[in-house]
Design a protein around this ligand. Sequence first.
Ligand code: F6P
Length: 550
Amino acid sequence: MPTDLPAWQRLQQHYQAIRDQRMRDWFAAPDARERVDRFSLEAAGLFLDYSKNRIVRETMDLLVQLAEEAGVPARRDAMFAGAHINATEDRAALHMALRAAPDAPFQVDGKPVMPAVHDVLARMRDFSQRVRSGEWKGHSGKTITDVVNLGIGGSDLGPRMVCRALAHLAGDGSEGRKVSGPRVHFVSNVDGTELAETLARLDPERTLVIVCSKTFTTLETMANANSTRQWFVARGVPEGGLARHFVAVSTNLEAVRAFGIDPANMFEFWDWIGGRFSLWSSVGLSITLALGFEAFAELLAGGREMDEHFRTAPLARNMPVILGLLGVWYRNVFGLPTSCMAPYSTSLELFPAFLQQLEMESNGKSVQRDGQPVRVDTSPVVWGTAGTNGQHAYFQLIHQGSQIVPVDFVAPLSAPRTLPGHHAKLLANCFAQAEALMRGRTEEELRAAGIVEPERIAHMRFAGNRPSNMLLIEGITPRALGALIALYEHRTFVMGAIWNINSFDQWGVELGKLLARPIEAELNGRGEGPHDPSTSALIARARSALARGG
Ligand code: F6P
């Protein structure tokens, strides 16, 4: 129980001692520069300045002590050793193996996994090269111009985010690249609008579909896969020709075969990869098709560098550990219910959505590993969008709202395809937000600026003292992105380890899935299940609308 740990207790007392201290005073002190040096570090090409947090040296010492007392190093080592740390599903969580070198010692259940990992990588390399070069053709002999990834959750958010972030490498010809990849589309929702709108733009003879599902049973993905198959057939693709247009990414060979995809066109992964940690596996096939295998290999290299840092750096200089500890500090000691991810980059606009699944599906739990209630708050609500857009939408609340929201700013020092002058403006705004959150604006400063009316002062003063992290990355490169993703994966793990929960299962999503099946049957006029009166009335209303052709 985390609350039983001595450091947990001491952190609560320490909070009382520093809660009224102000960051702006710390930054005005003669040793302020030392504060910045002490509270910043570099790892895997990423630079983290965490000095604008409500922490002093003792805070970090206590937090590191908490990590030790909670057994974070031992749990990390167990994860790297392939132990079944996902106990409720009796599985390892070994996504690090997916980005490791061929001679890495990773094992699951006593068996080395690297040969299989590199086998699949070799198949992905070969396949992506064949599609991108035009050697792989549709049934009628035409080259593939469009790829549609059908998947949801971890089988969608990761590769979708990476393809968006690195779209400038897709080689659409505009930058004089020799090999252009196909356009890659992502369809996740069972709302038929998404699939219909996507397919409407495509030529079936030139379209390749990836059915991407770890289980190959997910309702949304299978519904989209079936409708896409009908779309091909309705547009004249013979059943025998479908093999040229469908490949599968899955752990479930039998279901892939039953759907009618040739196992030779299946790219395997394994049950020891959680969906939200899977973009490094064959789930990244869409990435290799969009960007080429070399970019994917660089992404893996970035993740690998962060793994090495996480595995070996002392806790006090370990970036995922520090970010995780700060997360716990705000969640459990300050009691803050949400945290904001603000990438100052249009390329990274999907990173917050990816992070939502990563953090909330991993750590949105109320039960400890031993089945006992957690008794402390676990994952905050994670939200955010790309800057500077958020500034003109919800940053008002972050500056002057009634609750504190810790912010993680991610700022690439260069941007792809930008325009003269834009990037300095973007970075200036990012740094200014962090500075404003920290400093606030005092009455004296307002008076000095000529604002003297008490009622104006009341509205215009900012309390400040609002925490943020600033993460700088050199640019939007596959390697930097790989390191960034792995950083947040490990941070999520660290937080889960301190809360003593299993970050790798997701039983909470099951009940809704289970209940949806009979409701769907009822909406289609079959059966009438016992429901609460509210749900029964909603079903009746929707059934009438559907019968009218809704
Ligand atoms: O419903 C949640 C979930 O199980 C996620 O954990 C997972 O990433 C997603 O559904 C998709 O699952 P699959 O890859 O098996 O289709």
